[in-house]
Write a protein that binds this ligand. Structure first.
Ligand code: SF4
Ligand code: SF4
Ligand code: ZN
Length: 139
């Protein structure tokens, strides 16, 4: 998961996303038919969460929202709250950590935080499961 291209401008770690991990583990072969996505930056569309509502992100004018004079804007705070409430992660905390400690340290801490203890894969933030070894628990 140590790929900084998986960190979206809004601070989302696409490496934890069900669409990214579904693709990585090719879950359709195991009977789960979900949308696949290679990540915001790799798919060339910047951040899907913010691209439609923010021109700076949509046009790729900022690599991260922390470069923006309005950071953290109301829309980012709303997105952040939704993810804190539902998915146990915070885009704003991610962005601040990248700014304070640097990308390498951030990626290292993300890997440790979301590591699957059983197979060394990655736990998905959206359903709390490892899509490599916990698929039988996914309803
Ligand atoms: S669906 Fe969105 S959050 Fe998930 S990997 Fe794709 S761009 Fe990233
Ligand atoms: S912080 Fe700035 S760049 Fe990021 S979504 Fe808000 S207005 Fe756009
Ligand atoms: Zn696992």
């Amino acid at each position: 998961m140590k790929d900084e291209r998986l960190i979206a401008p809004c601070g989302m770690n696409c490496g934890l996303c069900v669409a990214y991990l579904g693709q990585k583990n090719d879950i359709s072969k195991k009977g789960f038919h979900r949308t696949y996505c290679p990540g915001c930056i790799p798919r060339g569309k910047h951040c899907t969460h913010m691209a439609d509502s923010c021109e700076k992100v949509g046009l790729g004018l900022v690599r991260f929202c922390t470069e923006c004079g309005d950071y953290p804007c109301r829309r980012l705070k709303q997105l952040d709250k939704r993810y804190r409430d539902k998915y146990h992660m915070s885009m704003i905390r991610n962005l601040n950590e990248i700014r304070e400690k640097g990308m390498d340290a951030f990626l290292q801490s993300q890997e440790e935080k979301w590591n699957c203890p059983d197979c060394g894969g990655t736990i998905c933030c959206h359903n709390g499961l490892c899509l490599s070894c916990d698929l039988d628990l996914w309803l």
